[in-house]
Design a protein around this ligand. Structure first.
Ligand SMILES: Cc1cc2nc3c(=O)[nH]c(=O)nc-3n(C[C@H](O)[C@H](O)[C@H](O)COP(=O)(O)OP(=O)(O)OC[C@H]3O[C@@H](n4cnc5c(N)ncnc54)[C@H](O)[C@@H]3O)c2cc1C
Length: 383
């Protein structure tokens, strides 16, 4: 009988652990090695929004696979998915036309969504000001997942499937064997037949240990909580003011009865951050900017004030699509799963599925077309 390969996944964020789960489900022996603790990277700093309100058919296809997995975990009682809905705002007729096409594409993929004209938006968000808006698209089944809880569930699932998650076990060096690798870690040597680089914002550093060049730019993003004097008498869905790069980037959603979480989904600086040494707190100027945008879009929220803030890193590629697959096709045993940008919570299950396909089958057998996510020479370029 053929021995199952030992796959070592580097990084215990959502991408690494979803890859490990799919690998273990297909019979591989899996070890996840993590420099710090589970969820200590970008995954634990996310705001956890999951949605399908996209205007590109490939983005919707990816979410079809991802949602199937989230639904499975929900049905097994493993995952708490807060289905608060997702409202994406449009400012122009052209954006509304794209949303109209999206409603059709989503329906074909099995997702519910519908258009709202500007004068109907208050049915969803009674406090919204529709000034400057043409309307929006709303998906009632979208929502958010607590990213920390998700990571803990994923780590438990890896273990339940017979895999191992070794924390505080940073990869330090690599020796190639005739078949496989000797990985030098903080906790000794680990042997691997196949390696998956899922080290998020650190993925370029891990790639360099293998002599590869990977262009994933760590981009800093901030989030804040908005405290309310009294709970709203409705649930604030996820509201996003950004369509294909146009809009203020403001987004917000309910977190708890007295609390919203808000972000501005745009960055001022394209300078890559040092993932070991960046400011992980929200700056005062950003809080003021966010408060101004919120006052314009949702005036009169009862006693709204800015609460705690934090910052984390989006691992971003030049074309804002993740890298999934080998960087070098002549070395199919070294697979990359990184660069999910602002979508690494919602895309983790499908990225894990595709990465496992490359690792075990040498092509994306479960999702034809996913070759488009390979880190080819034309995609793997500085952003
Ligand atoms: C403020 C904010 C809000 C966000 N909101 C959303 C959202 O609403 N929805 C969404 O889908 N996404 C969101 N994201 C993006 C999402 O968090 C990321 O895309 C995702 O977490 C990336 O996961 P990852 O597994 O690639 O990386 P990480 O979670 O960073 O995991 C990589 C791991 O690799 C480890 N590692 C690094 N080097 C080594 C080494 N040498 N050896 C071993 N281990 C190593 C790190 O310690 C780390 O734990 C948000 C991000 C931020 C910062």
């Amino acid at each position: 009988m053929k021995k199952s390969p030992h796959v070592v996944v580097i990084g215990a964020g959502t991408l690494g652990m979803c890859t490990a789960i799919t690998l273990a489900e297909q019979g591989a022996s899996v070890t996840v090695i993590e420099a710090q603790a589970v969820a200590s990277g970008s995954s634990g700093r996310s705001v956890g929004v999951v949605g399908t309100q996209f205007t590109d058919p490939f983005e919707i296809l990816l979410r079809q696979h991802t949602m199937r997995q989230f639904r499975r975990w929900e049905a097994e009682g493993l995952l708490h998915f807060n289905h608060i809905g997702y409202l994406r705002l449009a400012r122009t007729g052209a954006q509304m036309a794209k949303f109209e096409a999206s409603v059709k594409m989503q329906a074909e993929a099995g997702f519910r969504s519908r258009l709202y004209q500007a004068d109907e938006l208050q049915q969803l968000v009674p406090h919204i000001s529709a000034d400057g808006l043409a309307g929006g698209i709303f998906g009632p089944d979208d929502g958010f997942i607590d990213p920390h809880q998700l990571c803990m569930m994923l780590a438990d699932k890896v273990r339940a499937l017979g895999g191992e998650v070794r924390q505080f076990c940073k990869l330090l060096g690599v020796t190639r064997k005739p078949a496989g690798y000797l990985l030098e870690t903080e906790k000794g040597i680990v042997e691997a037949d196949i390696v998956v680089n899922a080290a998020g914002a650190w993925a370029p550093r891990v790639a360099a240990l293998f002599g590869q060049v990977l262009h994933v730019r760590p981009e800093r993003h901030e989030a804040v909580t908005i405290l309310l004097d009294q709970p709203l008498d409705y649930t604030m869905p996820m509201v996003m003011d950004l369509v294909n790069g146009e809009g203020s980037g403001l987004n917000f959603r309910h977190e708890k009865p007295h609390e919203l979480v808000a972000e501005v989904h745009k960055v001022d600086s394209l300078e890559p951050e040092n993932p070991d040494l960046y400011n992980d707190q929200c700056e005062e100027d950003s809080k003021i900017h966010l408060a101004e945008l919120l006052l314009e879009r949702v005036p009169n929220l009862p006693g709204a004030r800015i609460g705690r803030g934090w910052a984390g890193l989006y691992p971003v590629t030049a074309d804002h699509r993740p890298f999934v697959g080998p960087v070098d096709m002549s070395e199919p045993t070294l697979v990359t799963a990184a660069g999910a940008g602002g979508y690494g919570i919602q895309l983790a299950p499908v990225i894990g599925q595709i990465a496992a396909d490359w690792a075990l089958h040498g092509s994306p057998v479960s999702l034809p077309g996913a070759e488009a996510l390979l880190p080819t020479a034309s995609r793997n370029v500085p952003g």
